[in-house]
Design a protein around this ligand. Structure first.
Ligand SMILES: Nc1nc2c(ncn2[C@@H]2O[C@H](COP(=O)(O)OP(=O)(O)OP(=O)(O)O)[C@@H](O)[C@H]2O)c(=O)[nH]1
Length: 400
């Protein structure tokens, strides 16, 4: 089924389209997923930077307390160290914010607090260096450091609050984006499936149309159009292989009576059952077609006259002996058969058909339920038209 589907240009196109859609879906899905992951990782890093910076503030305060209690150069160096640590943290956070382009606008109002804190930390560093020579500056150093500490705490708390709020908003936006992408993916995959189904449906419809063009609706046998095609191919083949070919015309006897007595639907059923039986009895290499109301044709490639007549008589007997299922007819239907053959595809289909038709006419004229044959001359000459010859034969039953 799949292989047949792929063999169709439309099927291949639908499959390529479906594959592209699936690939696009996978790429979009993974892009959204990694964007969500990256955004949440970025926020986590920034938040941990701020938390680290917050921790440095009490450390500076403790160093200042110690420096005031025991004013020594060693303690002032500690104070110096924590001031530069606080400054480093502040720079880190500012750098991180600059990397978050989508965050800059939201925390822009804090810029001047950062600059102010930066310059105050630089002043504090200068003051602590001076305090190394003048220990009496420890007290003012501590009060400036306390002010800076509170400004730092406020700034970091504010920043944390803003970032958390922004991250919540962003997470919500990402969730909405994920839902939108999922819906889009479902729609795209549905479109791909619909397209594939449409191609399969069209392919089936085309097959059905093709079958309807070549078959007879009532009996399911081939129709005249298909028979003509097969016959001309068979005649060419017979010519190439120098092989015989036979044609049988089969006609139900007194079919009008069946219709008149049992009704048209019963007549249809007779046609169906007789067709089925004929199909069962004919060889797979033969072509059986319904070519008229109650008239059938059997094309038999590689079959010489003698064998064709035998086969025809076997068909006639089988049909006569065949009691139809579910029907109570006064007698089994019978058929009359006209047989003709040619060697090496020497005749056209129309000529063969005409010969068989005349033979059938003869079978009907001689009482029905019988087989009659009519053959063309072995080597027809331009002056000896096979149809004329056939016509002569029909009036000379002994030749058949
Ligand atoms: N039920 C049914 N009848 C059909 C169909 N096609 C043709 N017929 C009927 O088949 C009958 C053929 O009648 P005739 O041509 O007189 O042939 P016959 O009665 O079989 O007589 P002989 O062929 O001379 O034995 C007609 O009544 C058509 O209406 C069909 O598809 N279904």
């Amino acid at each position: 089924m799949m292989r047949r589907f792929l063999r169709q240009p439309g099927g291949r196109l639908a499959l390529i389209f479906a594959a592209i859609l699936c690939a696009m879906s996978a790429i979009m899905g993974s892009y959204v997923y990694s964007a969500c992951q990256k955004a949440s990782a970025d926020y986590t890093t920034l938040i941990s930077d701020i938390v680290l910076a917050q921790q440095a503030t009490p450390q500076l305060r403790v160093a200042l307390e110690e420096g005031r209690r025991l004013p020594s150069n060693e303690h002032i160096q500690y104070i110096d160290y924590f001031i530069s640590l606080s400054k480093r943290h502040l720079d880190n956070i500012q750098n991180s914010i600059e990397h978050h382009r989508y965050l800059i606008a939201d925390v822009e109002y804090l810029n001047h607090h950062f600059s102010e804190l930066n310059s105050r930390l630089s002043d504090l560093a200068l003051l602590s260096q001076e305090a190394q020579q003048r220990p009496e500056l420890i007290d003012p150093l501590q009060s400036v450091a306390m002010e800076i500490g509170s400004a730092q705490s406020w700034l970091y708390n504010q920043l944390l609050e803003d970032i958390r709020a922004i991250s919540v908003q962003q997470r919500l936006a990402m969730q909405r984006l994920s839902i939108a992408v999922s819906v889009l993916l479902v729609l795209m995959v549905s479109a791909a499936i619909t397209l594939c189904m449409a191609v399969i449906y069209l392919h089936r419809q085309r097959n059905v149309m093709h079958e309807l063009m070549l078959t007879d609706e009532l009996t399911g046998l081939y129709n005249r159009r298909h028979l003509v095609n097969v016959a001309s191919a068979g005649l060419t083949q017979a010519q190439r292989n120098r092989a015989p070919l036979s044609l049988l015309l089969l006609d139900l006897d007194h079919f009008k009576q069946i219709n008149d007595t049992y009704g048209h639907p019963a007549g249809d059923e007779v046609l169906r059952q007789v067709s089925k039986k004929l199909r069962e009895l004919s060889r797979p290499s033969d072509t059986l077609a319904r070519i008229g109301g109650e008239e059938f044709c059997l094309l038999m490639p590689n079959t010489a006259t003698h064998d064709a007549i035998q086969a025809a008589d076997r068909l006639r007997q089988e049909i006569e002996a065949n009691t139809l299922r579910g029907m109570e007819l006064h007698a089994n239907p019978t058929i009359s058969i006209g047989v003709t053959s040619c060697k090496s595809g020497s005749l056209t289909f129309e000529q063969l058909y005409s010969l068989a038709d005349k033979a059938l006419y003869k079978a009907k004229a001689l009482g029905r339920n019988r087989v009659e044959s009519l053959l063309p001359p072995n080597a027809p000459s331009p002056h000896n038209d096979p149809l004329t010859y056939a016509h002569t034969l029909i009036h000379e039953p002994s030749d058949s």
